[in-house]
Ligand binder design. Structure first.
Ligand code: PLP
Length: 385
Protein backbone atom coordinates (compact mmCIF):
# COMPACT_ATOMS: atom_id res chain seq x y z
CA UNK A 1 0.00 0.00 0.00
CA UNK A 2 2.82 2.42 0.84
CA UNK A 3 5.30 0.81 -1.53
CA UNK A 4 5.33 3.66 -4.00
CA UNK A 5 6.18 6.28 -1.38
CA UNK A 6 8.79 4.07 0.24
CA UNK A 7 10.46 3.27 -3.07
CA UNK A 8 10.52 6.96 -3.89
CA UNK A 9 12.26 7.78 -0.59
CA UNK A 10 14.68 4.90 -1.11
CA UNK A 11 15.61 6.02 -4.61
CA UNK A 12 16.19 9.59 -3.47
CA UNK A 13 18.46 8.29 -0.68
CA UNK A 14 16.08 9.77 1.84
CA UNK A 15 14.81 6.60 3.48
CA UNK A 16 15.88 6.57 7.10
CA UNK A 17 16.10 3.94 9.76
CA UNK A 18 17.46 4.16 13.28
CA UNK A 19 20.93 2.81 13.93
CA UNK A 20 20.89 0.70 17.07
CA UNK A 21 23.43 1.60 19.74
CA UNK A 22 24.18 -1.76 21.36
CA UNK A 23 26.07 -0.33 24.30
CA UNK A 24 27.45 3.00 25.32
CA UNK A 25 29.82 4.51 27.84
CA UNK A 26 29.72 8.27 27.34
CA UNK A 27 30.85 9.00 23.79
CA UNK A 28 32.18 5.46 23.32
CA UNK A 29 29.53 3.30 21.68
CA UNK A 30 29.14 -0.07 19.97
CA UNK A 31 27.19 -0.49 16.73
CA UNK A 32 27.11 -3.87 14.92
CA UNK A 33 29.83 -5.01 17.31
CA UNK A 34 32.11 -2.16 16.20
CA UNK A 35 33.55 0.32 18.70
CA UNK A 36 33.02 3.92 17.69
CA UNK A 37 33.35 7.44 19.01
CA UNK A 38 29.93 9.10 19.07
CA UNK A 39 30.00 12.56 17.48
CA UNK A 40 26.36 13.39 16.89
CA UNK A 41 24.68 13.26 20.28
CA UNK A 42 23.02 16.26 21.93
CA UNK A 43 24.18 15.01 25.34
CA UNK A 44 26.67 17.92 25.31
CA UNK A 45 27.82 17.70 28.91
CA UNK A 46 27.82 13.92 29.09
CA UNK A 47 25.14 13.90 31.79
CA UNK A 48 22.87 11.20 30.31
CA UNK A 49 24.86 8.46 32.02
CA UNK A 50 25.87 10.45 35.13
CA UNK A 51 25.55 8.61 38.48
CA UNK A 52 23.70 11.57 40.05
CA UNK A 53 20.92 11.35 37.46
CA UNK A 54 20.68 7.58 37.86
CA UNK A 55 20.51 7.87 41.65
CA UNK A 56 17.91 10.64 41.57
CA UNK A 57 15.73 8.63 39.19
CA UNK A 58 16.09 5.45 41.27
CA UNK A 59 15.17 7.29 44.48
CA UNK A 60 12.13 8.85 42.85
CA UNK A 61 11.05 5.51 41.43
CA UNK A 62 11.23 3.97 44.88
CA UNK A 63 9.00 6.77 46.20
CA UNK A 64 6.55 7.35 43.37
CA UNK A 65 6.62 4.21 41.22
CA UNK A 66 7.10 4.80 37.51
CA UNK A 67 4.18 6.25 35.54
CA UNK A 68 2.47 9.49 36.58
CA UNK A 69 -0.96 7.98 35.94
CA UNK A 70 -2.72 11.08 34.59
CA UNK A 71 -2.14 14.55 33.24
CA UNK A 72 -0.87 17.21 35.63
CA UNK A 73 -4.32 18.83 36.02
CA UNK A 74 -6.04 15.55 36.82
CA UNK A 75 -3.93 13.58 39.31
CA UNK A 76 -0.49 13.33 37.70
CA UNK A 77 1.18 16.21 39.51
CA UNK A 78 3.65 14.96 42.14
CA UNK A 79 6.14 16.71 44.38
CA UNK A 80 8.80 15.72 41.83
CA UNK A 81 7.06 17.86 39.18
CA UNK A 82 6.56 20.79 41.54
CA UNK A 83 10.16 20.63 42.79
CA UNK A 84 11.53 20.59 39.27
CA UNK A 85 9.48 23.63 38.25
CA UNK A 86 10.64 25.47 41.35
CA UNK A 87 14.28 24.45 40.79
CA UNK A 88 14.07 25.47 37.15
CA UNK A 89 12.83 29.00 37.77
CA UNK A 90 15.56 29.52 40.32
CA UNK A 91 18.03 28.40 37.64
CA UNK A 92 16.45 30.51 34.91
CA UNK A 93 15.78 33.43 37.29
CA UNK A 94 12.19 33.80 36.13
CA UNK A 95 9.02 34.14 38.21
CA UNK A 96 7.60 30.79 37.15
CA UNK A 97 8.01 27.75 34.93
CA UNK A 98 5.90 24.95 33.48
CA UNK A 99 6.98 21.48 32.38
CA UNK A 100 6.16 19.88 29.05
CA UNK A 101 6.65 16.27 28.05
CA UNK A 102 9.17 17.09 25.32
CA UNK A 103 10.50 20.02 23.37
CA UNK A 104 8.17 19.06 20.57
CA UNK A 105 5.20 19.09 22.95
CA UNK A 106 6.36 22.42 24.38
CA UNK A 107 6.48 24.26 21.06
CA UNK A 108 3.22 22.77 19.81
CA UNK A 109 1.66 23.68 23.17
CA UNK A 110 3.08 27.14 23.86
CA UNK A 111 2.63 28.80 20.46
CA UNK A 112 -1.10 28.04 19.92
CA UNK A 113 -1.75 29.05 23.55
CA UNK A 114 -0.53 32.59 22.97
CA UNK A 115 -1.25 33.21 19.29
CA UNK A 116 -4.51 32.65 17.41
CA UNK A 117 -6.38 33.73 14.30
CA UNK A 118 -6.19 37.46 15.00
CA UNK A 119 -2.43 37.36 15.58
CA UNK A 120 0.74 37.23 13.55
CA UNK A 121 3.79 35.06 14.18
CA UNK A 122 7.16 36.13 12.83
CA UNK A 123 9.39 33.08 12.51
CA UNK A 124 13.01 32.56 11.35
CA UNK A 125 13.07 30.34 8.28
CA UNK A 126 15.50 27.90 9.92
CA UNK A 127 13.46 27.41 13.09
CA UNK A 128 13.01 23.88 14.39
CA UNK A 129 10.22 21.69 12.96
CA UNK A 130 8.38 21.74 16.30
CA UNK A 131 8.12 25.55 16.10
CA UNK A 132 6.81 25.30 12.55
CA UNK A 133 4.19 22.79 13.69
CA UNK A 134 3.25 24.99 16.67
CA UNK A 135 2.73 27.92 14.28
CA UNK A 136 0.52 25.78 12.02
CA UNK A 137 -1.61 24.61 14.95
CA UNK A 138 -2.10 28.18 16.14
CA UNK A 139 -3.95 29.30 12.98
CA UNK A 140 -2.18 32.66 13.33
CA UNK A 141 -0.95 34.49 10.24
CA UNK A 142 2.61 33.37 9.62
CA UNK A 143 5.36 35.67 8.37
CA UNK A 144 8.67 33.87 7.84
CA UNK A 145 11.78 36.05 7.82
CA UNK A 146 15.08 35.13 6.21
CA UNK A 147 17.48 33.40 8.55
CA UNK A 148 18.81 35.89 11.14
CA UNK A 149 17.93 38.75 8.77
CA UNK A 150 16.82 41.63 10.99
CA UNK A 151 16.05 43.96 8.08
CA UNK A 152 13.63 41.41 6.72
CA UNK A 153 12.06 40.99 10.16
CA UNK A 154 11.73 44.74 10.61
CA UNK A 155 9.99 45.04 7.23
CA UNK A 156 7.50 42.36 8.22
CA UNK A 157 6.88 43.99 11.63
CA UNK A 158 6.14 47.29 9.90
CA UNK A 159 3.44 45.55 7.87
CA UNK A 160 1.90 43.80 10.88
CA UNK A 161 -0.12 46.75 12.20
CA UNK A 162 -3.55 45.13 12.02
CA UNK A 163 -2.64 42.09 14.11
CA UNK A 164 -3.93 41.83 17.69
CA UNK A 165 -0.68 40.38 18.95
CA UNK A 166 2.76 39.97 17.39
CA UNK A 167 4.91 36.97 18.37
CA UNK A 168 8.53 36.72 17.24
CA UNK A 169 9.87 33.20 17.63
CA UNK A 170 13.42 31.95 17.13
CA UNK A 171 15.75 29.11 17.98
CA UNK A 172 18.45 30.41 20.38
CA UNK A 173 21.02 28.08 18.79
CA UNK A 174 19.95 26.79 15.39
CA UNK A 175 19.93 23.04 15.58
CA UNK A 176 21.28 22.14 12.14
CA UNK A 177 23.71 25.06 11.67
CA UNK A 178 25.04 25.77 15.14
CA UNK A 179 24.77 29.54 14.75
CA UNK A 180 23.24 31.81 17.39
CA UNK A 181 20.17 34.04 16.99
CA UNK A 182 20.96 37.81 16.99
CA UNK A 183 19.19 38.24 20.31
CA UNK A 184 20.17 41.88 21.01
CA UNK A 185 18.50 42.98 17.77
CA UNK A 186 15.54 40.69 18.31
CA UNK A 187 14.97 42.18 21.78
CA UNK A 188 15.23 45.73 20.43
CA UNK A 189 12.83 45.05 17.58
CA UNK A 190 10.35 43.22 19.81
CA UNK A 191 10.30 46.11 22.26
CA UNK A 192 10.03 48.72 19.52
CA UNK A 193 7.11 46.98 17.83
CA UNK A 194 5.43 45.82 21.03
CA UNK A 195 5.88 42.17 20.04
CA UNK A 196 6.28 39.16 22.30
CA UNK A 197 9.62 37.38 21.93
CA UNK A 198 9.96 33.62 22.33
CA UNK A 199 13.34 31.86 22.30
CA UNK A 200 13.74 28.09 21.93
CA UNK A 201 16.82 27.24 23.97
CA UNK A 202 16.88 23.49 23.29
CA UNK A 203 20.55 23.61 22.26
CA UNK A 204 21.51 26.60 24.38
CA UNK A 205 20.39 25.48 27.85
CA UNK A 206 23.43 24.19 29.73
CA UNK A 207 25.70 25.24 26.86
CA UNK A 208 25.52 29.04 26.44
CA UNK A 209 26.14 31.63 29.13
CA UNK A 210 28.53 31.66 32.08
CA UNK A 211 26.12 29.56 34.14
CA UNK A 212 24.58 27.67 31.24
CA UNK A 213 21.31 29.54 31.48
CA UNK A 214 21.07 29.90 27.73
CA UNK A 215 20.94 32.49 24.98
CA UNK A 216 19.61 35.36 27.12
CA UNK A 217 22.44 34.91 29.63
CA UNK A 218 25.00 34.67 26.80
CA UNK A 219 23.98 38.15 25.61
CA UNK A 220 23.33 39.64 29.06
CA UNK A 221 19.65 40.01 28.19
CA UNK A 222 18.02 38.10 31.00
CA UNK A 223 14.71 39.65 31.92
CA UNK A 224 14.09 40.89 28.40
CA UNK A 225 12.94 37.66 26.77
CA UNK A 226 9.38 37.13 28.01
CA UNK A 227 9.01 33.52 26.78
CA UNK A 228 11.94 31.17 27.19
CA UNK A 229 11.46 27.59 26.15
CA UNK A 230 14.09 24.91 26.67
CA UNK A 231 14.55 21.18 27.03
CA UNK A 232 15.94 18.70 29.51
CA UNK A 233 16.68 16.30 26.67
CA UNK A 234 19.94 17.74 25.39
CA UNK A 235 22.69 19.18 27.63
CA UNK A 236 20.74 18.12 30.73
CA UNK A 237 20.96 14.47 29.64
CA UNK A 238 17.39 13.80 30.73
CA UNK A 239 14.00 14.19 29.05
CA UNK A 240 11.18 16.69 28.87
CA UNK A 241 11.00 20.45 28.39
CA UNK A 242 9.85 23.71 29.94
CA UNK A 243 8.66 27.24 29.43
CA UNK A 244 9.95 29.89 31.83
CA UNK A 245 8.57 33.40 32.26
CA UNK A 246 6.15 35.51 34.26
CA UNK A 247 3.47 34.13 36.62
CA UNK A 248 0.75 35.21 34.21
CA UNK A 249 2.38 33.60 31.19
CA UNK A 250 2.78 30.28 33.00
CA UNK A 251 -0.77 30.37 34.34
CA UNK A 252 -2.08 30.97 30.84
CA UNK A 253 0.03 28.14 29.39
CA UNK A 254 -1.21 25.79 32.09
CA UNK A 255 -4.79 26.56 31.07
CA UNK A 256 -4.40 26.78 27.31
CA UNK A 257 -1.63 24.42 26.18
CA UNK A 258 -3.30 21.34 24.81
CA UNK A 259 -0.08 19.31 24.94
CA UNK A 260 0.07 20.07 28.67
CA UNK A 261 -3.62 19.53 29.41
CA UNK A 262 -4.28 16.41 27.37
CA UNK A 263 -1.17 14.34 27.90
CA UNK A 264 -0.03 12.24 30.84
CA UNK A 265 2.56 13.97 33.03
CA UNK A 266 6.23 13.02 32.82
CA UNK A 267 7.22 10.09 35.05
CA UNK A 268 8.33 11.59 38.41
CA UNK A 269 11.68 9.78 38.09
CA UNK A 270 12.39 11.73 34.91
CA UNK A 271 11.70 14.99 36.78
CA UNK A 272 14.02 13.97 39.60
CA UNK A 273 16.81 13.22 37.11
CA UNK A 274 16.30 16.62 35.45
CA UNK A 275 16.57 18.32 38.82
CA UNK A 276 19.86 16.52 39.51
CA UNK A 277 21.05 17.66 36.09
CA UNK A 278 20.33 21.32 36.88
CA UNK A 279 22.49 20.98 40.00
CA UNK A 280 25.37 19.62 37.91
CA UNK A 281 24.99 22.28 35.21
CA UNK A 282 25.02 24.99 37.86
CA UNK A 283 27.71 23.66 40.19
CA UNK A 284 30.14 22.05 37.76
CA UNK A 285 30.91 24.73 35.15
CA UNK A 286 34.09 22.83 34.23
CA UNK A 287 31.97 20.55 32.02
CA UNK A 288 30.89 23.55 29.96
CA UNK A 289 34.48 24.82 29.82
CA UNK A 290 35.67 21.44 28.52
CA UNK A 291 32.86 21.32 25.96
CA UNK A 292 33.94 24.66 24.48
CA UNK A 293 37.63 23.61 24.59
CA UNK A 294 36.71 20.48 22.66
CA UNK A 295 34.89 22.60 20.11
CA UNK A 296 37.97 24.81 19.63
CA UNK A 297 40.18 21.74 19.25
CA UNK A 298 37.99 20.26 16.52
CA UNK A 299 37.59 23.56 14.65
CA UNK A 300 41.35 24.15 14.58
CA UNK A 301 41.99 20.50 13.70
CA UNK A 302 39.64 20.80 10.73
CA UNK A 303 41.18 24.08 9.65
CA UNK A 304 44.51 22.30 9.27
CA UNK A 305 42.85 20.10 6.66
CA UNK A 306 41.24 23.10 4.99
CA UNK A 307 37.79 22.24 6.30
CA UNK A 308 35.71 25.23 7.42
CA UNK A 309 32.92 25.01 9.95
CA UNK A 310 30.40 27.25 8.11
CA UNK A 311 28.76 29.81 10.40
CA UNK A 312 28.88 27.68 13.52
CA UNK A 313 29.46 29.47 16.83
CA UNK A 314 28.64 26.52 19.08
CA UNK A 315 29.49 22.84 19.69
CA UNK A 316 27.30 22.01 16.67
CA UNK A 317 29.61 21.86 13.65
CA UNK A 318 27.86 21.33 10.31
CA UNK A 319 29.85 20.21 7.28
CA UNK A 320 27.51 20.87 4.38
CA UNK A 321 28.07 18.46 1.49
CA UNK A 322 24.95 18.99 -0.61
CA UNK A 323 23.74 15.74 -2.08
CA UNK A 324 22.19 13.10 0.16
CA UNK A 325 24.15 10.36 -1.59
CA UNK A 326 27.55 11.98 -1.04
CA UNK A 327 26.70 12.72 2.57
CA UNK A 328 25.82 9.08 3.18
CA UNK A 329 29.10 8.04 1.57
CA UNK A 330 31.07 10.39 3.83
CA UNK A 331 29.25 9.15 6.93
CA UNK A 332 30.00 5.55 5.91
CA UNK A 333 33.70 6.36 5.48
CA UNK A 334 33.79 7.97 8.94
CA UNK A 335 32.13 4.88 10.36
CA UNK A 336 34.96 2.78 8.91
CA UNK A 337 37.38 5.14 10.66
CA UNK A 338 35.58 4.56 13.97
CA UNK A 339 33.68 7.86 14.09
CA UNK A 340 29.90 7.85 14.29
CA UNK A 341 28.19 10.86 12.65
CA UNK A 342 24.81 10.57 10.93
CA UNK A 343 24.08 11.97 7.49
CA UNK A 344 21.50 14.74 7.94
CA UNK A 345 19.21 14.94 4.92
CA UNK A 346 16.00 16.68 3.84
CA UNK A 347 13.46 17.31 5.29
CA UNK A 348 15.64 18.02 8.37
CA UNK A 349 17.58 20.48 6.18
CA UNK A 350 16.77 22.17 2.87
CA UNK A 351 16.96 20.32 -0.44
CA UNK A 352 20.59 20.23 -1.62
CA UNK A 353 21.93 21.06 1.86
CA UNK A 354 22.57 17.56 3.23
CA UNK A 355 25.37 17.56 5.74
CA UNK A 356 27.39 15.88 8.40
CA UNK A 357 26.36 17.51 11.65
CA UNK A 358 29.07 16.96 14.22
CA UNK A 359 28.35 17.66 17.86
CA UNK A 360 30.97 17.80 20.57
CA UNK A 361 30.63 16.53 24.11
CA UNK A 362 32.46 17.54 27.27
CA UNK A 363 33.37 13.87 27.68
CA UNK A 364 35.28 13.58 24.40
CA UNK A 365 38.99 13.01 24.96
CA UNK A 366 41.57 14.97 22.96
CA UNK A 367 42.40 11.73 21.14
CA UNK A 368 38.76 11.30 20.08
CA UNK A 369 38.72 14.76 18.58
CA UNK A 370 42.07 14.35 16.85
CA UNK A 371 40.90 11.02 15.40
CA UNK A 372 37.79 12.75 14.05
CA UNK A 373 39.83 15.57 12.45
CA UNK A 374 42.15 13.05 10.86
CA UNK A 375 39.28 10.92 9.51
CA UNK A 376 37.54 14.01 8.14
CA UNK A 377 40.84 15.13 6.59
CA UNK A 378 41.02 11.80 4.78
CA UNK A 379 37.44 12.20 3.58
CA UNK A 380 38.45 15.57 2.18
CA UNK A 381 41.44 14.05 0.35
CA UNK A 382 39.18 11.36 -1.11
CA UNK A 383 36.83 14.04 -2.40
CA UNK A 384 33.99 13.01 -0.10
CA UNK A 385 33.85 16.37 1.67
C1 PLP B 1 15.49 19.02 19.84
C2 PLP B 1 14.75 20.27 19.66
C3 PLP B 1 13.42 20.37 20.06
C4 PLP B 1 12.64 19.18 20.52
O1 PLP B 1 13.01 18.77 21.79
P1 PLP B 1 12.68 17.29 22.28
O2 PLP B 1 12.76 17.35 23.75
O3 PLP B 1 13.71 16.41 21.66
O4 PLP B 1 11.30 16.98 21.78
C5 PLP B 1 12.81 21.60 19.96
N1 PLP B 1 13.47 22.67 19.48
C6 PLP B 1 14.75 22.60 19.06
C7 PLP B 1 15.42 23.83 18.56
C8 PLP B 1 15.42 21.39 19.13
O5 PLP B 1 16.67 21.31 18.69
Amino acid sequence: MFEHELTDLFEKKLLRQPVVIESSDGPRITVNGKHLVLMCSNDYLGLAGHPALRAAAADAMARYGFGAGASRLVSGSSMAHEELEYRLCRFKQTEAAILYNSGYAANTGIIPAIAGEADIILSDNLNHASIIDGCRLSKARLAVYRHRDMNDLEGLLKKSGNARRRLIVTDGVFSMDGDIAPLPDLVTLSERFDALLMVDDAHATGVLGMHGRGTAEHFGLEGRVPIQMGTFSKAFGSFGAYAAGSHDLIKLLMNRSRSFMYSTALPPAVCAASRAAIDLVEHEPERRVKLWKNRERLVSGLERFGIGSENSDTPIIPLVIGSAEKTIAAARRLFEHGIYVTAIRPPSVAEGAARLRITLMATHADDDIDAASKALGECRQEGLL
